[in-house]
Design a protein around this ligand. Structure first.
Ligand code: FAD
Length: 545
């Protein structure tokens, strides 16, 4: 991007600063871009010029982009809800938030520059996004800004360590997680400022409301304003989503705080993400959700994980805030590993960076290609009825069905569930994993391209540092490990609620024919042993049937 950023140096005084808020930066706290934009605005104010040095924020609603990127209604509803919260916060600071619906993605740079000229903007600031289309969009903004004599800059904010800052001894991008993770940890230890908190933006002078920029505050019509919903993205279960996933950075901080201080080992099915640990314990207690994370994260029925993913994916909280929270527990030490809850959680947070680095370095993964290219020749099945049974949670494999029903109801799925259903789709059903990836994109509230693509590619053995093809999750033994008492299954699969003991993990084989038929639960849609052998055959020799 640097190559394209041939903008003129910023003039020293006069004019305003525009911060372009992106889909992954929906907060004003600890946000590198808005903090920098605010700093630049303050400098301009100090340098003089009547009415100069205001900060303006703009967000582009871009349904054409969203369609191309398989965004779903829940994710978009979450964006709109967060924008409303941000608007309230910015209003108090006399900072206008403009939300503009852009009819065409290609027009965005020109529209932005036109707005900038209209509002006497001299500098534009945003945060970098690594996805290919987003990169090209921002390159176009840099170019258009340069041509218009404006100064534009994009900052690294979304990940703890920016992409391309870590390389192997031979100067390449890492493609294996463990050495990458060691390099990531060492890099942060040497550069602790990477997790420093950025200041929130300074308020504009009240006078902005009576001046030329005053009418930006509540501008509606002609594409401006935060709509109730965006056509094509009507969220049918908006009310339930609001209950489970409250919007706003204050909610995200509550979700984090309840993960650090909430009591672990409790069941968690329908609670709000911010109330999963309502029984509080001391942060250094071994019973806290965070300190129990090493155990709790593997149990689907427990409040063992943070449920911060929707907030991290939309940038409602920064990953730095997560690492700082673990340092508070660890007496100001930054620890990564697998020995304690805090170490393990930081390792999981690092996965988010790892997959983003992979995406930035190997953009082909954004273009429907496999990281492991030989598996592009694997022979898939094309049976829509199997795919439908999978989406509806009617495969006859209880853990798979519980997890799929959780996703349909809550827009979220436990990580063990994600790994199990992804392996099941790509190996047991031999359906192209990109179909499952797409379904997740369209249905999950925490949809994040890099993590989702990599999670699917890992599970199907087609991605970076993947699960070896011959490791095929047995859905019954996974169920026994991740949901030993069958509580998760019974919550989401009511047909199995009456079962006792181990039958819940595999009712078809563990009950008599008559008992099974009374349940009204589907027979397994594939036989595990046969499906496993078929997958081994097809992956061993891509192209074979
Ligand atoms: C097939 C598949 C699809 C996935 N799709 C997504 C997705 O669309 N969005 C998404 O955020 N995560 C995705 N993940 C990763 C992971 O399942 C979720 O991040 C996690 O379940 C979210 O729950 P949590 O916030 O309670 O996580 P915690 O266990 O509390 O972890 C904290 C945070 O670390 C990050 N994280 C944890 N595990 C991973 C991981 N394996 N990969 C990348 N980041 C991780 C997430 O940001 C998460 O919120 C996917 C994983 C798989 C196997």
């Amino acid at each position: 991007m640097k190559k394209h950023g041939e903008c003129k140096s910023p003039p020293s005084e006069g004019g305003n600063v525009l911060y372009v808020m992106g889909m992954k930066s929906l907060r004003i706290e600890d946000n590198r871009g808005i903090a920098h934009a605010s700093h630049l605005a303050q400098e301009r104010k100090k340098a003089g010029g009547k009415g100069a040095g205001n900060l303006i924020v703009i967000f582009f609603i871009s349904p054409t982009d969203w369609k191309m990127h398989d965004r779903g209604p829940r994710r978009i509803d979450f964006v709109l809800r967060n924008l409303r919260e941000i608007k309230k916060q910015l209003d108090e600071l006399n900072i206008p938030l403009m939300v503009y619906t852009s009819p065409s993605r290609k027009d965005m740079p020109k529209t932005l520059i036109d707005f900038a000229k209209q509002w006497d903007v001299k500098e534009i600031v945003g945060n970098v996004e690594y996805e290919v289309d987003e990169c090209w969009r921002d390159v176009a903004i840099l170019k258009a800004a340069g041509e218009a004599g404006l100064y534009a800059t994009f900052l690294e904010d979304t990940y703890v360590v920016p992409a391309f800052h870590l390389e192997t001894k031979t100067g390449h991008q890492y493609a294996v997680f463990s050495p990458w993770n060691r390099a990531w940890t060492a890099h942060i230890e040497k550069n602790m400022h990477l997790i420093d908190e950025s200041p929130s933006p300074e308020a504009n002078d009240k006078g902005i409301r009576t001046g030329k920029l005053g009418n930006l505050f509540d501008r509606q019509g002609e594409g401006f304003g935060i709509p109730e919903y965006v056509e094509g993205y009507e969220c049918k279960d908006a009310e339930y989503m609001r209950k489970l996933w409250p919007a706003g950075s204050h909610s995200a901080r509550k979700v984090l705080s309840n993960f650090v201080r909430g009591k672990g080992g409790e069941s968690a099915f329908e609670d709000r993400a911010s109330e999963l640990g309502h029984k509080q314990v001391a942060p250094d207690s071994k019973d806290s959700r965070l300190n129990r994370y090493g155990i709790g994260r593997n149990l689907c029925s427990e409040n063992g994980t943070s449920r911060l993913s929707p907030y991290l994916a939309a940038g409602v909280i920064s990953p730095r805030a997560c690492l700082r929270a673990t340092m508070e527990v660890d007496k100001n030490k930054f620890k990564v590993g697998r020995s304690t809850g805090t170490e393990t959680w930081n390792t999981e947070i690092s996965f988010r960076d790892f997959y983003a680095h992979v995406l930035a370095a190997f953009p082909r993964v954004c273009m429907n290609h496999f990281f492991v290219q030989k598996y592009e020749r694997v022979c898939w099945e094309y049976d829509d009825s199997l795919f439908q049974a999978w989406t509806e949670g009617r495969t006859g494999y209880p853990l798979v069905d519980a997890a799929m029903r959780q996703a349909s109801q809550q827009g979220y799925m436990h990580n063990r569930g994600r790994m199990t259903v992804a392996s099941f789709l790509s190996k047991h059903l031999m359906l192209d994993w990109r179909k499952g990836e797409r379904w997740f994109n369209q249905n999950l509230i925490d949809q994040d391209f890099a993590s989702n693509n990599a999670g699917w590619a890992w599970s199907s053995s087609c991605g970076v540092d993947p699960q070896p093809y011959f490791r095929i999750f047995n859905p019954t033994s996974q169920s026994e490990k991740c949901d030993p008492k069958g509580e998760y299954i019974k919550h989401y699969v009511p047909e199995l609620r009456s079962l006792e003991g181990a039958a819940v993990h595999n009712p078809f084989e563990r009950l008599s024919k008559g008992e099974f038929e009374k349940l009204g639960y589907p027979k397994p849609i594939v036989v595990h042993k046969e499906a496993r052998e078929r997958a081994l055959r097809r992956f061993k020799e891509p192209g074979s049937t």
